[in-house]
Design a protein around this ligand. Structure first.
Ligand SMILES: NC(=O)c1ccc[n+]([C@@H]2O[C@H](COP(=O)([O-])OP(=O)(O)OC[C@H]3O[C@@H](n4cnc5c(N)ncnc54)[C@H](OP(=O)(O)O)[C@@H]3O)[C@@H](O)[C@H]2O)c1
Length: 273
């Protein structure tokens, strides 16, 4: 299967390294090691406080800048036009980059008109600070509104996505709008490692439960950005392209979704689906 997905002109590698909670030297070392192993996609955000370390790891890897897909995000308190632009420029200064591959609105903020934020997001693309733009944590209603307001193609909606949560409606709506979906917390913050169903399926393929979970998502063309602070897990989380889950296995994994499966506390609109 291809190791990247395409949407509205963007080509996004299916596996990236999530960096929330990785800081300083640990973050820089993990980014460098991930790129060394073949990762070509790194996910950061202004809110993570690690963009300088991500930039350091990228430079230390020795891999050409244009070979690595870098995503950053503007936090929900910075969604007024002037704040948005300032935040984006600060992110680029910390990363020591002239642009990012993907700039996202991190969380919607109901107290700031979406029109103003989308206008600022599009401006960042027109001015070359972001090659592509998109959203994160956008509901069905917000996706529809964002698409209507945007003068630039939106390429991605980054949402919580793993086998314990049925996100089929928001995935369908994102795709209908031409966007890919990136799964955050794709291994349910490590919970899948102890899952008996995933472990059993993994045993049949010589893979771990976490690898089965990540394979399940990429086999649905969903981009995954697992985070780890352990070098040995970088390899584990990347080696998911040398086996294929059967339709019966895919169906059994889909059956793990249940109400209350969400992990990240949702403080936005109640209309996820
Ligand atoms: N847009 C948003 O609002 C949003 C929200 C949340 C996250 N994100 C992004 O998505 C990324 C990933 O999500 P996440 O950090 O919430 O959770 P995650 O990637 O699902 O899980 C990370 C946890 O799983 C453990 N782990 C990693 N690989 C493992 C493996 N192979 N087996 C068992 N455990 C493993 C890690 O521990 P060790 O470090 O010990 O390996 C860590 O505790 C974030 O880092 C961030 O970049 C975005």
């Amino acid at each position: 299967m291809p190791q990247a997905v395409e949407a509205n002109g963007a080509r996004i590698p299916l596996v990236g390294l999530g960096t929330w909670d990785l800081r300083g030297k640990t973050c820089a070392r993990m980014v460098e090691a991930a790129i060394g192993l073949g990762y070509r996609h790194i996910d950061t955000a202004a809110m993570y406080g690690n963009e300088a370390a991500v930039g350091e790891g990228l430079r230390a890897s020795g891999v050409a800048r244009d070979e690595v897909f870098i995503t950053t995000k503007v936090w929900s308190s910075d969604l007024r036009a002037r704040d948005f632009e300032r935040s984006t420029k600060e992110s680029l200064a910390k990363l020591k980059l002239s642009n990012v591959d993907l700039l996202l609105i991190h969380w919607p903020n109901p107290s700031i008109p979406l029109k103003e934020t989308i206008g600022a997001l599009c401006k960042m693309k027109r001015e070359g600070l972001a090659r592509h733009v998109g959203v994160s944590n956008f509901t069905l209603a917000l996706i529809a509104e964002a698409v209507k307001l945007s003068t630039e193609p939106l390429v991605d909606n980054q949402i919580e996505c793993h086998p314990y949560l049925d996100q089929s409606k928001v995935i369908a709506a994102s795709r209908k709008a031409g966007m890919t979906v990136t799964a955050y917390s794709p291994i349910a913050r490590g919970r899948v490692a102890g899952d008996a169903v995933l472990a059993r399926i993994g045993k049949a393929h010589g893979k771990t439960a976490a690898q089965v979970c990540l394979r399940y998502l990429v086999q649905h063309d969903v981009v995954v950005i697992p985070r780890t602070s352990r070098p040995e897990r970088l390899k584990e989380n990347f080696e998911i392209f040398d086996f294929k889950l059967t339709p019966a296995e895919m169906k059994e994994i889909a059956g793990l979704a249940h109400p209350g499966g969400r992990i990240v506390e949702w403080g936005g609109a109640p209309d996820w689906d």
